[in-house]
Design a protein around this ligand. Structure first.
Ligand code: FAD
Ligand code: FES
Length: 264
């Protein structure tokens, strides 16, 4: 992991409050894998702006090794992401990464990938890597608040064997929680692996389903972060180990954890 100065190739709004940021950087493109994240120092755009002191974490959305390119998919929710959305093609961006451990991909008959909201950001590269490795069938479950958060469906349709969409308001797909159709599939007693990223209650529910149906699940967690590299001890999570319960850091030991190890 190194601090990288990346050139912004593009920073485009693709849906309401959602942007796709493409960065040129050989090191990040060579080293990043699905589930890892980068820590971005968001610059001020003019003299009146106050640039955030702390970096902001974003999952690696897609990697293109041939073009030395990575992308980040982010939602504008506060001051940092607002300023990030104002950066432009040609600007330089200070990015630390790739950070964290990422997903482990092993061959399985079925891979069940469950996304909630912006959880899709790091899961897109996971779908791509499973497909490239021919590691098994891909079932992609996309849940969101509304249709604005359901993005890149036509791209994902080319990679996944099945896509199921649900929204809280029914503006696209069934009006229910994404874990409901996912459980219907899990009931079929599959030889599968589960991967998920999204809001905490969704991840907790996925962990419960994984336990109920005895399927291994890898969950990508989010915590507010400061240093991003395990130094400030600001992103702890309680984990079960053979030696007893211990605290691990989401940034350094995660963000991907085995569901059965997490103490909720
Ligand atoms: C490992 C990791 C990967 C992430 N990947 C992505 C991604 O790919 N795409 C994406 O859109 N977002 C991602 N996030 C969340 C993203 O980092 C936050 O949305 C961003 O830092 C908010 O910055 P801000 O300055 O705009 O908001 P702030 O002004 O800092 O905060 C605005 C609101 O967001 C909440 N908030 C701030 N940081 C977080 C956080 N880390 N998790 C949950 N809530 C937060 C605050 O409590 C506050 O209510 C990721 C977070 C982590 C930890
Ligand atoms: S953010 Fe500092 S230890 Fe995780």
């Amino acid at each position: 992991m190194k601090k990288q100065i990346c050139k912004i190739i593009s920073n485009k709004k693709i849906s309401k409050d959602i942007f796709l940021l493409e960065l040129e950087n050989k090191y990040l493109a060579e080293k990043s894998k699905a589930g890892q994240f980068v820590h971005v120092l968001v610059p001020a755009q003019n003299a009146e702006d106050k640039a955030p002191f702390l970096r902001r974490p974003f999952g690696v959305n897609l990697v293109d090794k041939k073009k030395n390119k990575i992308s980040l998919l982010y939602k504008v929710i506060g001051s940092g992401t607002k300023l990030l959305s104002q950066t432009q093609k040609g600007d330089a961006l200070d990015v630390m990464g790739p950070l964290g451990n990422g997903f482990e991909i092993k061959k399985a008959k079925e891979h069940i990938i469950i996304s909630g909201g912006m959880g899709i950001a790091p899961l897109m590269q996971l779908v791509k890597e499973i497909k490239e490795k021919k590691a098994g069938k891909i079932h992609l479950y996309l849940g969101a608040k509304d249709k604005n958060e359901i993005v890149f469906v036509s791209y994902l349709k080319k990679l996944a064997d099945e896509i199921v969409i649900t929204t809280d308001d029914g503006s696209i797909g069934e009006k229910c929680l994404i874990t409901m159709p996912a459980e219907k599939l899990l009931k079929q007693n599959l030889s599968a692996k589960i991967y998920a990223c999204g809001p905490y209650p969704m991840l907790k529910c996925v962990a419960g389903l994984a336990k109920k149906y005895k399927i291994q699940a890898q969950l990508s967690l989010e915590e507010k972060m400061a240093c991003g590299v395990g130094v400030c001890l600001g992103c702890p999570i309680k984990i079960k180990t053979k030696q007893g319960d211990i605290y691990k850091m989401v940034c350094k030991d995660g963000p991907v954890f085995n569901a059965e190890d997490i103490i909720w």
